[in-house]
Design a protein around this ligand. Structure first.
Ligand SMILES: [Zn+2]
Length: 159
């Protein structure tokens, strides 16, 4: 079937094979940019607190998702780069279904003094175990090497 052929049988889907270029650019946005610029200079995370309902967002937000009100500059707060694991998994294969050289433990970490959570790699030898409740802190790159990306958080480790 060629591209110009007319569809005559609606029960038989038409298809073409080929490649489609899909370039994309992900922006951190204003709040994300502020979070990462802070992380380049400090060993803490930056969160934002809703002045109406008090929810503390991490990653920070410019607007409360519940109240729809703006979060002013004086409601941005510094919090420790640590938290509690709520759920985790151990990956044995990569995104291409190839075995990893070493298993990787990934977790959802509720960040202390916030109502938010972050995904992070956990440095541990407790593979395949439920780590919920474990307190972990972020191991950050040395400040001189930080780039203002998630890669500045090397991993989280129990403390
Ligand atoms: Zn709110």
């Amino acid at each position: 079937m060629t591209f110009l052929e007319k569809q005559t049988d609606p029960t038989t889907p038409m298809h073409w094979t080929g490649d489609m270029q899909a370039d994309y650019f992900y922006s951190n946005g204003v709040a994300g940019d502020r979070f990462f610029k802070h992380l380049m200079k400090k060993d803490t995370f930056l969160a934002s607190e809703c002045p109406e309902c008090g929810v503390t967002f991490i990653p920070p937000r410019l607007y409360c998702e519940d109240c729809f009100c703006g979060i002013p500059d004086d409601k941005w707060v510094e919090v420790k780069a640590q938290g509690v694991i709520r759920t985790n998994t151990t990956a044995m294969i990569d995104a291409h279904n190839e075995p990893l050289e070493e298993p990787v433990v990934m977790a959802l970490i509720e960040i202390d003094d916030t109502d938010g959570a972050m995904l992070g790699r956990i440095k541990t030898d407790m593979l395949g175990m439920d780590l919920a409740g474990l307190m972990v802190k972020a191991k950050l790159r040395p400040r001189k090497d930080r780039e203002g990306t998630m890669k500045d958080i090397l991993y989280f480790e129990p403390y």
